[in-house]
Design a protein around this ligand. Structure first.
Ligand code: ZN
Length: 425
């Protein structure tokens, strides 16, 4: 307990460091990580050797680009033995499971100490947005409970996990009973809840803050929440592999990367932190040693923000993640088109509750829409032509109105492609 309190103090102090000192902390951790991975993790030793690298070649984040990027498939192919550190007792590790968009399960091993550090980073993130000792936090969405040990042992910062496997009515019942002052929810789960209570979230909860994470909180959902609830919204960004990566601060100018915990790179940038560049997130965990993640491709697309935040935090700013790279439509010519412009077209539709875009083939797209009440027929005709105009190639677009979507998995997929983006259509 005392050790944890001291570690939390160290982590809190990092938030107030001048940028150069924070960079020095980060680079020291990076050097230790690279040496450890080279000496103890067969997968990374082979990877570094294949690139002709020795640990001393990686001194700062700018040297990271020499290391080839690793994907989930690479680690899965390497197997647990080669991708975890020698001497680690895997049976004593905590295992976090993730499936990602591929649906293939992948296990992440953490020592007890690593898990506690993640919990502290999470706690620091909550404190940074204004989590107070008397607050009640309700977490709605993740199948695996959020880390709460530290708060619970303090007897303050109470929190309750409401599993998405409960029926909607039971979720509503638990929310009403826990009367959270802060609600943390997956957008998909929140969307299902909103539909159930006829867009009157205030009849269930009235939190002063609402945190969304794990998926993109689109404008349609934001408008639904703000319809009759005055709550300050925050966006958090993380991944099971590395824990909390970034979080929005009360200045709401972007998300701050936890730079003493992870290094976030953009696949299109020449060096980590190059401003104004958008691309796929590539992450290095500075604190995962049992199963390191070094230049690991996450697939989420985001943009590095140019200016520092007015809150004064030395942690660099990024935009909210914009979705995943595989959320892209493949055209008959082989060109790839991002889905994001389509969500902006969709949000203009009156009373739209939820949408799903299905790519049946390179020449055929189905757009499923669920409305509250009857949709405007003219608007649907216009929508179809705007979609076709935006695609710019001969693609058949079918608009289908559905009575509702079954949210039977915690993560609803608003885009489904029946062809492989990488392979031939
Ligand atoms: Zn800030």
């Amino acid at each position: 307990m005392i050790g944890e309190a001291l570690e939390l103090r160290r982590l809190m102090n990092n938030r107030g460091l001048p940028s150069l000192e924070l960079e020095a902390v980060r680079d020291r951790k990076l050097q230790a990580l690279i040496r450890h991975a080279y000496e103890n993790v067969p997968y990374y030793r082979s990877l570094f050797q294949s690139a002709g690298l020795l640990p001393d070649d990686i001194r700062t984040v700018k040297d990271l680009q020499h290391i080839p990027i690793t994907t989930k498939d690479d680690l899965r192919a390497a197997g647990v033995e080669r991708s975890t550190a020698k001497g680690i007792d895997l049976a004593a590790c905590q295992v976090v499971h993730t499936s990602g968009t591929t649906g293939k399960p992948f296990a992440i091993y953490l020592t007890g100490r690593e898990l506690r550090r993640r919990q502290l980073i999470e706690f620091r993130t909550l404190l940074s947005i204004g989590f107070r000792p008397q607050d009640r936090l309700a977490v709605l969405g993740p199948a695996q409970p959020h880390a709460v040990r530290f708060h619970q042992r303090l007897g303050f910062y109470r929190s309750v996990n409401i599993p998405p496997t409960l029926s909607l009515d039971d979720q509503i019942d638990q929310l009403k009973r826990s009367r959270p002052t802060i609600l943390w929810a997956y957008p998909t789960v929140l969307k299902a809840l909103l539909c159930r209570v006829n867009y009157r979230l205030d009849t269930v909860v009235n939190p002063r803050m609402l945190i969304t994470s794990a998926e993109v909180c689109d404008e349609i959902l934001k408008a639904g929440i703000h319809g009759n609830l005055k709550t300050e919204m925050f966006n958090f960004y993380g991944a099971n592999e590395v824990g909390r990566i970034a979080a929005e601060c009360p200045a709401h100018e972007g998300l701050h990367v936890n730079e003493d915990h992870v290094i976030l790179e953009c696949s299109n940038s020449k060096y980590p932190g190059e401003p104004g560049i958008s691309g796929e997130a590539v992450v290095t965990s500075l604190t995962a040693l049992a199963q390191p993640f070094i230049r690991y491709r996450l697939g989420d697309v985001y943009k590095i923000t140019k200016k520092p935040c007015s809150c004064g935090s030395p942690f660099p700013l990024i935009s909210s993640p914009l979705g995943r790279l595989d959320d892209a439509v493949k055209l008959p010519s082989g060109k790839i088109v991002s889905l994001w412009p389509f969500t902006f077209i969709l949000r203009k539709l009156d009373r739209l509750e939820q949408y799903r875009i299905i790519q049946e083939s390179a020449e055929h797209l189905v757009v499923e829409l669920a409305f509250r009440g009857d949709p405007n027929k003219d608007a649907l005709v216009q929508l179809r032509s705007r979609f076709m105009e935006h695609l710019g190639e001969p693609v058949r677009v079918d608009i289908q109105c559905v009575s509702g979507f079954r949210n039977d998995t915690p993560k609803f997929r608003s885009f489904i492609s029946k062809l492989s983006i990488k392979g031939d259509s």
